[in-house]
Ligand binder design. Structure first.
Ligand SMILES: [Zn+2]
Length: 586
């Protein structure tokens, strides 16, 4: 008798289970909170209906309910604040994920004893070792002001045969000890015969000795001598990066160097048809259902490349056209470098104060460059320019102007990222030429390691420093502004960038002028629909609208209504990607 009771209980359990499964029928109603859609037609809908990966209804609760039917599952937001999944228009997610697998070099170690203690503490840390090289990542740039300190530790006798690499937080600079320089083949003799990029990026002491501090082209050379990473580690890096993005509510991003791998040369690199970078790792994850974001990849193309290079990129694009969440959609060009001393590779309209006659590289063949950009545009590729200095911004706009003239308006939204110094003449050209501004507005405050510190003052002409990161000016000139982090250069948390864009307040104070602040409504657009446009996916994502991907982030407070200080501290309660919860806060 007992046994039959048990049987009955089991049967009931099974049948009610199957009823529940039927009831769900793959449709879900999300309701009961405050919803920001980023779609001006229905900016604050009451409810959303999703089926599988997609949004199938948006609007009044009763209407959505009627469309989905009583059997749909319910997700009650309990008064919390729902947005479309956020989008970062420039983040090195695979690189940053890789960095999380390495050992970061902390700030503020002011003497050899402190560095030695840190080194010793990590002697058995596997994250520090890259095939026999002691590798430290995300090194604060302030260490470059005290190379003798690094020497005193890492060039002491016990390091004679231990190569050490300190990779700078800006990804444009780094320092290598003697053993690493020898491993990379950088010696006084080889430097003599090296190309101009390596020469100009190898910083010497006043009496002509190699300091180990290197920028861009020369740093590439050091990175090129580190053995390449395998695909398994690369997959772990992508997953680690995507997890962090999801934890901030981000469900899509542009990966600007997708045809290169972490630790491979970037600045004077000319990747070709066989350089697939992080694309295979991303694609494998997407096929296995393990990728939790939409990734738009760009291929790094050298500024001096011939137009035929675009055929190589088109061939790679074709090769990776099978997984919708991973697409190679364009190219990225380093129009210049960085503005900080001592690198000073940003292209300015006036010479650096400490280097008379020098305002950054000035050898661009503009006619040939226009052909390169026009060919990319004709091939339906997004062109994304890295431009820090005002002259680099102008050169980028000139190339697009020339392209629009040659091809007509292709409707492809090209973009310029960083935009630290922009001349007034360039401002109206963004709208005129259909070029978006992809801005890292977390940088638009005064920070210990950022703009307007000792690294710029007295080095960059004062008139160029009066309107850094001019989001207000660009906004008033109707430029489309998209959010971006440049992670791992800085945090990918969009709330920090929104806070700084609105207040211009950094750790060390407010960055003038007031007129460059922009309002939070513009920033909410910047991280949703505008970023979707910049990454070429606004038909699929970027707003809560029928037909789009069911990507959402739920915050614990209303980002439109709370004070800006409170916005900065908002918590992500959960993140959903293609209808599945991929992050849950605690
Ligand atoms: Zn970048």
């Amino acid at each position: 008798m007992k046994r039959s009771m048990l049987y009955l209980v089991c049967a009931l359990a099974i049948s009610s289970y199957s009823v529940a499964a039927q009831q769900s029928d793959n449709k879900t109603i999300i309701y009961g909170g405050e919803i920001y859609s980023s779609d001006p037609n229905v900016l604050h809908p009451e409810a959303i209906g999703i089926e599988g990966k997609n949004i199938i209804a948006v609007g009044k609760y009763q209407d959505v309910l009627q469309q989905l039917g009583e059997n749909a599952q319910r997700v009650d937001l309990k008064g919390k604040y729902l947005m479309p999944g956020l989008i970062d228009s420039h983040a090195h997610v695979a690189y940053a994920g890789f960095q999380t697998l390495t050992l970061e070099f902390p700030d503020g170690m002011n003497d050899a004893a402190a560095i030695r203690a840190f080194v010793e503490k990590n002697n058995n840390n596997p994250q520090r070792d890259i095939r026999g090289i002691q590798f430290y990542s995300n090194v604060p740039l302030s260490y470059w002001d005290n190379i003798p300190l690094l020497d005193s530790v890492f060039n002491s006798p016990e390091y004679k045969n231990i190569p050490v690499v300190l990779a700078g937080a800006d990804a444009h600079t780094g320092w290598a000890n003697q053993a690493m320089l020898i491993k990379s083949g950088v010696t006084a003799e080889t430097l003599e015969k090296a190309d101009a990029n390596i020469k100009s990026g190898t910083i010497l002491t006043p009496d002509g000795k190699i300091t180990g501090f290197m920028t861009e082209g020369a740093w590439d050379h050091v990175m090129g001598s580190i053995p390449p990473m395998d695909d398994a580690k690369l997959s772990r890096a992508v997953i680690a990066g995507a997890d962090v993005m999801n934890s901030f509510g981000l469900t899509a991003w542009m990966e600007p160097l997708s045809n290169t791998r972490p630790l491979s040369p970037m600045f004077n690199a000319s990747p070709g048809r066989n350089d697939l970078g992080v694309l295979p790792a991303y694609t494998a994850l997407a096929k296995a259902g393990k990728l939790t974001g939409h990734m738009t990849g760009l291929a790094l193309v050298n500024i001096n490349a011939s137009p035929a290079t675009i055929d190589d990129i088109a061939a790679i694009r074709e090769q990776f056209s099978q997984t919708p969440d991973v697409k190679l959609m364009g190219i990225k060009i380093f129009q210049d470098g960085v503005i900080e001393y001592p690198s000073q590779t940003a292209k300015l309209s006036q010479p650096y104060l400490n280097r008379p006659g020098y305002s950054g590289n000035d050898t661009l063949d503009k006619a040939k460059y226009c052909q390169l950009i026009a060919k990319a545009d004709a091939e339906n590729m997004i062109v994304h320019f890295h431009a820090i200095g005002d002259r680099a911004v102008q050169e980028s706009l000139d190339a697009v102007a020339c392209t629009r003239k040659a091809n007509g308006n292709s409707n492809i939204l090209h973009s310029i990222t960083h935009l630290e110094v922009v001349s007034p003449e360039s401002l109206p050209r963004f709208q005129q030429l259909n070029v978006a501004a992809s801005m890292q507005l977390l940088w638009a405050g005064i920070d210990s390691d950022g703009a307007t510190t000792t690294m710029l003052e007295g080095k960059v002409p004062a008139p160029l420093l009066t309107h850094l990161y001019p989001a207000g000016d660009l906004y008033r000139h109707h430029a489309l502004i998209a959010g971006a982090s440049d992670w791992p250069v800085s945090s990918p948390n969009p709330l920090l960038a929104i806070y700084t864009a609105v207040t211009r307040k950094g750790e060390l104070g407010e960055l003038p002028p007031d007129s460059e602040k922009i309002d939070r409504a513009a920033m909410l657009q910047a991280y949703t629909i505008n970023a979707a446009k910049v990454i070429g996916r606004d038909k699929e994502i970027g707003s809560i609208a029928v037909g789009k991907s069911a990507d959402f982030v739920l915050f614990d407070r209303n980002l439109e209504k709370v004070s800006i200080e409170s916005l900065r501290d908002a918590k992500v309660l959960w993140t959903m990607f293609e209808g599945q919860q991929v992050y849950r806060g605690n």
